[in-house]
Design a binder for this molecule. Structure first.
Ligand code: SAH
Length: 357
C-alpha cells in the first residue's frame, strides 16, 4: 500500500482527525504527535510504543520523511545556512546562534511572487508554496543538527517567500511550533514577517505569535517604487490593519523592518515621515543594513546614515534597533540566496552537530 499520509503535515487537531478516520483513539494522535515533534528528536521509530497492529498499519500507510540536506555552509560568525532539497527545488534555512538564544530563519515558499526590488529572492520569482511538512521539517531537522542539549529557541519567518500568501500551511506549522506537545516555543518567540498582505493579517492574529511588517518606506510614492505590493495594499490600508492587530491584544506590539538603502529611503526627511506614520502605534523599528547581492541597483547606507536615522527616530519617541548583520560572508542574510555561494561546503549530510556549543 502506498505511504500516502505524511504525518508532518498535521497539526495536533489534524492528527486527531486522521486517527479518528482510521477508527483509532484520539489520544494515540497526541502520542504520535509528541514522538514526532517533542520527544527525543533523534528517535527513528516514532511508533515504537504503539500496539503491534496499529504500528504495522501506520508503518504501511504513513511516512514522516526528512528533507534531503543538499548542502550546509557555516559562516565565520557561526551562522549556518542549510539548503534543503524539496522535490528538485532548493530552499534555505538559516541557524543564527547567539549567546542566550538560537534563532532559526525559515522559508515559507520556494521563491517569492512579491518582487521587492532590493530582495534577491524577489528577483528570482515564484515557484510554489511549501507544505506544512516542508516548513516544520526545517525546524525538526535544524534541532537535530545542533549539539546535544541545544535546541532552537526562536523562529522567524524571514527566509524565502511571503508567509501570508501561504497562510494555511504557515498557520498549521505555527500551531505545531507553539504546541506544548510539539516544539513548545513561547508564541512571542515565533515571528511572522510580512510585506503587508493586508487581508491575511486578521487570520494570522488568531494565533498569539509575534508580527513583523516589512515597511521599508514611509510614503506611498517611495514604497510603490521599491515594493510593488504597495500598489495593491497602500500604506493607509496597511497601517489600519496594524492598528487593528494591536487593538484588543494588550501585550502585542509590531516590529517594523526597514532596510537602509543609500540615498533612497535613509534621509532625515524619511525618518520624520516615519515618525508621523507610526504615531500612536505600539511598535518598534528594526533598521536592517542592506545586504548586497550581484546586479542590485542599490547600495547599503553608510553607518553614519543609519546612526543618524536611528537617532532621529529615537528622539521622535520611536523605539529603534539596528539589526546586526550576520552570515553575510556566505550570503545567509535575509534577502540573499544560494547560487553564488563562495563559502566552503562542509559536506555534512549526516545528523552530526554542526555548531559549537
Ligand atoms: N516576505 C516576508 C519575509 C521574507 S524577507 C517579508 O517581506 O517580510 C525578511 C526580511 O528581509 C524582510 O524585511 C525583507 O524586506 C528583508 N530583506 C529582503 N532583501 C533584503 C536585503 N537584500 N537586505 C536586507 N534585508 C532584506
Amino acid at each position: 500500500m502506498a505511504k500516502s499520509h505524511n504525518l508532518l503535515n498535521y497539526d495536533r487537531v489534524a492528527m486527531a482527525d486522521f486517527f479518528e478516520q482510521q477508527g483509532e483513539k484520539a489520544y494515540r494522535a497526541t502520542q504520535v504527535f509528541r514522538r514526532l515533534h517533542h520527544d527525543s528528536p533523534q528517535s527513528t521509530d516514532i511508533f515504537c510504543d504503539l500496539p503491534t497492529a496499529l504500528r504495522t498499519k501506520l508503518a504501511q500507510t504513513t511516512s514522516y520523511p526528512n528533507l534531503p540536506l543538499a548542502s550546509d555552509h557555516v559562516a565565520t560568525d557561526g551562522v549556518c545556512k542549510l539548503l534543503f532539497d524539496v522535490g528538485g527545488d532548493r530552499i534555505e534555512t538559516v541557524i543564527i546562534p547567539e549567546s542566550n538564544r538560537t534563532t532559526l530563519c525559515v522559508s515559507s515558499q520556494v521563491g517569492c511572487a512579491l518582487a521587492c526590488r532590493f530582495c534577491l529572492t524577489g528577483k528570482q520569482g515564484f515557484s510554489r508554496n511549501l507544505s506544512t511538512a516542508e516548513i516544520i521539517s526545517q525546524l525538526r531537522q535544524a534541532n537535530r543538527l545542533l549539539p546535544p542539549g541545544k535546541k532552537i529557541t526562536n523562529v522567524v519567518f524571514m527566509g524565502m517567500g511571503e508567509p501570508l500568501l501561504n497562510l494555511d500551511a504557515v498557520l498549521s506549522a505555527l500551531k505545531i511550533m507553539i504546541d506544548t506537545h510539539g516544539y513548545a516555543l513561547p508564541p512571542r518567540r515565533v515571528t511572522v514577517s510580512t510585506a503587508g498582505v493586508v487581508p491575511a493579517m486578521a487570520r494570522l492574529a488568531t494565533l498569539p505569535v509575534a508580527l513583523a511588517v516589512s515597511l521599508h518606506a514611509p510614503t506611498d510614492t517611495l514604497r510603490d517604487e521599491i515594493m510593488p505590493i504597495n500598489r495593491k495594499y497602500p500604506l493607509d490600508t496597511l497601517m489600519a490593519a496594524c492598528h487593528r492587530h494591536i487593538l484588543n491584544r494588550s501585550r502585542a506590539f509590531i516590529t517594523f523592518e526597514y532596510v537602509m538603502l543609500d540615498g533612497v529611503n535613509d534621509s532625515v526627511a524619511c525618518a520624520r515621515a516615519l515618525i508621523r506614520l507610526l504615531h500612536g502605534l505600539r511598535c518598534k523599528v528594526n533598521l536592517i543594513p542592506f545586504n548586497i547581492f550581484p546586479d542590485t541597483p542599490y547600495q547599503p547606507s553608510p553607518y553614519e546614515a543609519i546612526d543618524r536615522f536611528r537617532d532621529v527616530l529615537m528622539r521622535g519617541g520611536v523605539m529603534t534597533t539596528v539589526r546586526k548583520t550576520r552570515g553575510n560572508d556566505i550570503l545567509a542574510a535575509c534577502g540573499q540566496l544560494a547560487g553564488s555561494v563562495q563559502a566552503r561546503t562542509m559536506g555534512l549530510g549526516s545528523e552530526k552537530p554542526l555548531l559549537r556549543a
